[in-house]
Design a binder for this molecule. Structure first.
Ligand code: PHE
Length: 336
């Protein structure tokens, strides 16, 4: 019986491939599933079987019936759809709704274009990163307390989802050496609880310049120039001390509030300043580990929050809209 059933299914499967029309479909259905079909014969023989056989064959017959039915319908539908494609009328006007760029993409392009104009390369790095590039090469050895600053998603294979775009600092120095001017827009991941201003997946833009005689005044100059272009107005910047193991000295860079021009408003919490990005002089150890001689070269780096920039530029108050895929949110940025 098992053998017979197997043959039956094989034959039906083979024959199903030749379904082209509705007639083929109805014929094959009646042949294999109709009242006079072999399968029906088997099914009616159920009543004469022992209880044990009934339990064994009842469900099996049903399954074969359902499977074949689905198979025939599937072939039939494919045949019809294929036919539809052939009769497709290319003169019918297309749906005119255009897609749009994501707000972070717009801001990333704007900023990388500005930096490209002053000689920066635009680079990429992997989102699945090694412990070495995400931490060790950035002067954060194993068991260093600074690792707690970044809530890391570790992967089963020992790698991690990069917590910042800074690993590309090391990758770029290894690959291109010094002098170098580069920027890296990219997605980063942190194990954070979500709320209106926290996401576990967001975007940064890393910038780094290594050359002879680079000092912190170069950071100020580049950032001021860049922000002037982005916000289409002059902005002031100021530095406050900040700690990151891969820069020395390290700073938090603030810019004058573009909403109230420094007079004080709810956005800048009446301080007139907005915290924009951490930055600093690349730590000599970091240069050394990536093969750049700290006696000869110095450099600065900054890590701009791209998602934050997009929020400022488009006055978006809830960060969760960015990754929601909600078209009502995304359609507002209909720039192509
Ligand atoms: N990578 C740091 C962060 O994401 C930011 C940073 C970049 C700080 C470059 C200094 C220099 O927290």
């Amino acid at each position: 019986m098992k053998e017979e059933l197997k043959n039956l299914v094989e034959m039906a499967t083979e024959e199903a491939k030749s379904i082209k029309t509705e007639n083929d479909y109805l014929n094959i259905k009646s042949k294999y599933l109709g009242k006079k079909s072999k399968l029906s014969e088997y099914m009616s023989s159920l009543k004469d079987m022992t209880v044990e056989d009934k339990k064994k064959y009842g469900p099996l017959f049903n399954k074969i019936k359902n499977d074949l039915e689905a198979l025939f319908t599937n072939y039939y539908e494919n045949a019809i759809n294929g036919e539809e494609k052939i009769t497709f009328d290319p003169t019918i006007p297309a749906d005119e709704k255009n897609g749009s760029l994501h707000p972070v993409t717009i801001v990333a392009k704007e900023i990388t274009d500005i930096l490209k104009n002053i000689g920066f390369m635009v680079l990429e790095g992997p989102e699945m990163e090694s412990d070495y590039y995400n931490f060790v090469a950035l002067n954060v050895p194993k068991n260093h307390p600074a690792r707690d600053m970044q809530d890391t998603y570790w992967l089963d294979n020992g790698a991690l989802l990069r917590t910042h775009t800074s690993p590309v600092q090391a990758r770029a120095m290894e690959k291109y050496g010094a002098p170098i001017k580069m920027c890296v827009p990219g997605r980063v991941f942190r194990n954070e609880d979500l709320d209106a201003s926290h996401e576990n997946t967001f975007f940064q833009l890393e910038g780094m310049v290594i050359d002879k005689n680079i000092s912190i005044s170069n950071v100020i100059y580049v950032m001021k120039g860049m922000l002037r272009e982005v916000f289409k107005q002059d902005v002031e910047v100021r530095l406050r001390p900040g700690f990151f193991p891969f820069v020395e000295p390290g700073f938090e860079l603030d810019c004058s509030c573009t909403i109230c021009n420094g007079k004080g408003c709810p956005t800048c919490k009446n301080s007139g300043w907005i915290e924009l990005c951490p930055c600093g002089m690349v730590h000599p150890e970091v240069l050394k580990m990536s093969g750049v001689d700290p006696e000869e070269y110095t450099g600065f780096a900054f890590g701009l929050g791209l998602t934050r920039m997009a929020m400022m530029k488009y006055k978006i108050s809830d960060i969760r809209g960015f990754n929601s895929g909600d078209l009502r949110f995304l359609d507002q940025f209909n720039v192509r």
